[in-house]
Design a protein around this ligand. Structure first.
Ligand SMILES: [Zn+2]
Length: 203
C-alpha cells in the first residue's frame, strides 16, 4: 500500500528538522497519532505560537513581535543592561545558558552555527557588519568590551580568531570566554557555576 497522505505530509515537513530523517519522522508520526487527538491539538498550538516570534534585528535572538514595535528582544530593549559590553555566542541556547548564570549584564550577538572548517561564512559576515554598524551608531565607534563566548574547541578557536581580527578596531578590549571550561566542552551544556567562573576568568 501507499503511505497515507497525512503521514507523507508530516514526514516531508518534519524530516527537514535537524537530526530527524524520514525514518525518525515516520516513527514520530505514528507515535503522535497514538498519543491521541487532544495531545496533537496541544502540540500544534504550541508549534503555531512560534509564528508570533521574530528574530531580534540587533542581536538575532528572538523577540516576541507583540512585545515591542522596534523589533528588539527583551535583552536589547532593557535599559538596565550595559550596551557597550557585547558577548558573541554561537546560538540561542548558549545565550540562555549565560543568562542562567545571572552574571552577565551586557548584550549579545548570535553569530549562528559555526562552520566545520572554522571559517566565517557570508551570513556570519553580515552579522559582524551589522554589529560594527551598531557599534558605530550607538557606541560612538567603540564598544567597551567584546567577549567572544564560543565553545573552547578547535573550530571555536579558529572562528574566534577571525572575529577578533574583524572587530579589533571596534572595541577597547576583546576577551574570550571559556578558559575555565573543559577543552572541547560546550557552553550550552556547562553548569551555571562552571560557566559563571569562566565568565569571571575571561581574558
Ligand atoms: Zn536583541
Amino acid at each position: 500500500m501507499k503511505t497515507p497522505r497525512a503521514i507523507e505530509q508530516f514526514i516531508e515537513a518534519f524530516s527537514k528538522l535537524p537530526s530527524i530523517g524520514p525514518r525518525q519522522a515516520t516513527r514520530l508520526a505514528f507515535y503522535l497519532i497514538n498519543l491521541g487527538k487532544a495531545e496533537i491539538k496541544h502540540l500544534s498550538s504550541a508549534l503555531g505560537s512560534l509564528q508570533n516570534v521574530d528574530v531580534c534585528k540587533q542581536c538575532f535572538f528572538i523577540s516576541e513581535s507583540k512585545s515591542n514595535s522596534k523589533g528588539l528582544c527583551d535583552i536589547c530593549s532593557d535599559l538596565g543592561r550595559k550596551p557597550g559590553t557585547i558577548m558573541i555566542v554561537e546560538k540561542e541556547t548558549d545565550l540562555l545558558s549565560v543568562e542562567k548564570t545571572s552574571k552577565f549584564n551586557g548584550r549579545y550577538m548570535i553569530i549562528g552555527d559555526l562552520n566545520r572548517n572554522g571559517s566565517v561564512d557570508a551570513s556570519q559576515r553580515l552579522r559582524i557588519s551589522a554589529l560594527k554598524k551598531q557599534i558605530q551608531d550607538d557606541l560612538s565607534g567603540s564598544a567597551s568590551e567584546i567577549i567572544i563566548g564560543l565553545n573552547p574547541t578547535t573550530i571555536g578557536d579558529l572562528t574566534a580568531s577571525i572575529i577578533k581580527q574583524e572587530l579589533s578596531s571596534h572595541s577597547k578590549k576583546i576577551t574570550r570566554l571559556g578558559r575555565g571550561l573543559p577543552t572541547g566542552g560546550e557552553i550550552e551544556f556547562a553548569d551555571e557555576e562552571t560557566l559563571g567562573s569562566a565568565l569571571d576568568r575571561r581574558n
